[in-house]
Design a protein around this ligand. Structure first.
Ligand code: UFG
Length: 336
């Protein structure tokens, strides 16, 4: 009998790729998504890739009645919880919205999971919990810092709530701390759909190359790195999606109640290296300039991935050139 997994935010950027991978691994999938940062069309695209359909409920995770209905109908094997707001800058302007959506959303979900005795949860956390680190790579033991933004705070609070809840109840959870997810499905059928002007580097690069934005500004070249620009661990979204499938099967058999994994490639790339990879693999020139630093940026962060490699048996397959190639192919499919 196949296992049914609830995916909250399953039409979003990471969620959609994960649904594809879950279906490929033989899971039945049910999605709840409020279409806040997605569209119904994504469901069709996922089904085109996988050749399999799935049930979608268009509702918020804070909508208790909608969750109740799903949990009454299905005997879920586990839940993967993506549904959340994710823009650091926006969270500074609308903190309550972030607590409401990200923290209350989780509590609402846990309430229904408790009632229906569903005990496996994969949670989307972020390397933002490590804050400014002195000596990357960061391991899962690297201390968590007080967050700089309500977004970061919401992720720390959610990790704490899950860890505390699991102490008192028959409950298991894996916290996946994502580094910088980029790229798109190689089919170019699904990818990131940024709302308005992108804040993140890669969608800004692809929109500049497409002529939607005039010029990319590199935020600072006076950091203490090889070329003076910040270092991040960019990870292909499809690799990240696959880590969720691995986490789900591990969650069932692990001895601990809660475990945490960094999900990155383990390699750091500077902003200029990302631009160069984009130009080389796509054979084009990007219009960019060096500008001032962006407030709140961390100089250098990348993951130590030994734990996720050894325990989950997962390693990133795609490199930065693949990421840039797929991101550009996806952007071109979107039109200008
Ligand atoms: N950058 C530019 N120009 C731009 C946009 C970004 O130079 O127009 C630079 C940034 O300064 C940074 C790098 O590109 O050095 C990556 O920036 P992103 O905004 O793409 O990603 P961040 O690392 O700032 O943020 C990401 C996620 C957050 C998460 C954070 C954790 O978007 O959700 O990592 O560190 F919280």
């Amino acid at each position: 009998m196949s296992k049914t997994i609830l995916v909250t935010g399953g039409l979003g950027y990471i969620g959609s790729h994960t649904v594809v991978e879950l279906q490929a691994a033989g899971y039945d999938v049910v999605v709840i998504d409020n279409l806040n940062n997605s569209s119904q069309e994504v469901k069709t695209r996922i089904e085109e890739i996988s050749g399999q359909s799935f049930e979608l409920t268009v509702a918020d995770v804070n909508d208790n009645a909608a969750l109740e209905e799903l949990f009454a109908k299905y005997n879920f094997e586990g839940v993967i919880h993506f549904a959340a707001h994710k823009a650091v800058g926006e969270s500074v302007d609308y903190p309550v919205m972030y607590y409401q959506n990200n923290v209350s959303g989780l509590i609402s979900l846990l309430g229904v999971m408790e009632k229906h005795a569903v005990s496996n949860l994969i949670f989307s956390s972020s390397c933002t919990v490590y804050g400014e680190t002195k000596n990357p790579p960061v391991t899962e033991q690297t201390p968590i810092q007080k967050a700089e933004s309500p977004y970061g705070t919401s992720k720390i609070l959610c990790e704490e709530i899950i860890t505390d809840y699991a102490k008192h109840k028959d409950f298991k959870s894996i916290l996946l701390r994502y580094f910088n997810p980029v790229g798109a499905h190689p089919s170019s059928k699904i990818g990131e759909l940024p709302l308005g002007v992108p804040n993140n580097l890669v969608p800004y690069i692809t929109q500049t190359a497409a002529g939607i934005r005039e010029q990319l500004t590199v935020f600072g070249d006076d950091y203490n790195t090889e070329d003076g620009t910040c270092i991040r661990d960019y990870i292909h979204v499809l690799d990240l999606a696959k880590a969720h499938v691995k986490a789900l099967s591990y969650c069932d058999k692990m001895a601990e109640r809660v475990d945490v994994f960094n999900v990155g490639t383990g390699n750091g790339n500077t902003v200029l290296e990302v631009i160069r990879a984009f130009e080389t693999v796509n054979n084009l020139k990007l219009n960019y300039k060096i500008g001032p630093r962006r407030g709140g940026d961390i100089e250098k962060i990348f993951a130590e991935t030994t734990k996720v490699n050894d325990v989950l048996g997962w390693t990133a397959q795609y490199d930065i050139k693949d990421m840039m190639q797929h991101a550009w192919a996806w952007q071109q499919g979107l039109g200008e």
